[in-house]
Design a protein around this ligand. Structure first.
Ligand code: SF4
Length: 232
């Protein structure tokens, strides 16, 4: 028997085990007090802001309604941040002779690659994680369609903003919304954000043995995934 033996894994979409996650944060001595929650950057459309190219949003109830219990969510939209209007013509990531560039295949939006990458200059320094919109030419994390100049899909890639986030902060926990489905998905992300913040505060690259031991005691899928994350 361990400290977590009375908990059951929940499989309801978006319904993280609130009591279990709090219990695990206590076990790792990471629970935030008061307003001291880790800051996490979120694509603004996932929080319900109508900033998409079509004037719509992509509100994600788990992110917008469940995660604020543990995280301080900070919305940003790199495309409106660089001055693109709402609504706006769609843009794509295109493989060119000059590398991957982001622009409108219909010719109505010029090359915004450098501007989107530069949007990361405006991000707060104290971020402990990011949640970005899947498949976006700006925010996508690995699953954005990569197109040839004539519009054919030839692969998958990061959006321009997301690529720069990964370059600048390679250790930052980063997910897209399709990676936050099960209770274990949510638990692993929240715990990794808290662990990352703790490492930022310690200003060290390695994990102390007592913390590794504490993570080793976490059971099930969440424990295994968190140990793998720690070992990266
Ligand atoms: S740029 Fe990012 S935040 Fe803005 S609408 Fe597109 S996916 Fe959402």
């Amino acid at each position: 028997m361990n400290d977590f033996s009375s908990d059951r894994t929940q499989d309801a979409r978006g319904a993280a085990s609130v009591s279990r996650l709090d219990q695990w944060l206590d076990h790792l001595a990471l629970r935030a007090s008061g307003d001291d929650k880790p800051a996490v950057l979120v694509s603004a459309c996932l929080l319900g802001q109508p900033v998409r190219y079509d004037g719509d949003d992509k509100r994600h109830s788990t992110i917008a309604d469940v995660l604020p219990r543990w995280l301080q969510l900070r919305g940003t939209c790199p495309e409106t941040g660089i001055g693109l209007p709402v609504p706006r013509p769609p843009i794509d990531v295109i493989e060119t002779s000059a590398g991957q560039r982001v622009y409108g295949l219909d010719g109505r939006t010029g090359d915004v690659t450098d501007a989107l990458r530069a949007e990361t200059d405006r991000l707060p320094a104290n971020l402990s994680g990011v949640i970005l919109k899947a498949r976006s030419p700006s925010c996508g994390l690995g699953n954005t369609p990569l197109r040839s100049p004539d519009g054919k899909v030839i692969g998958s890639t990061d959006g321009a903003f997301a690529a720069r986030v990964r370059e600048r902060w390679p250790a930052l926990p980063a997910v897209h919304e399709e990676q936050l489905v099960s209770a274990a998905d949510i638990e692993v992300f929240v715990l990794s954000v808290y662990l990352h913040r703790q490492r930022q505060r310690w200003r060290r690259d390695t994990w102390p043995a007592p913390l590794r031991d504490a993570v080793s005691a976490l059971p099930g899928d969440t424990g295994a995934r968190l140990r793998a994350w720690l070992a990266r």
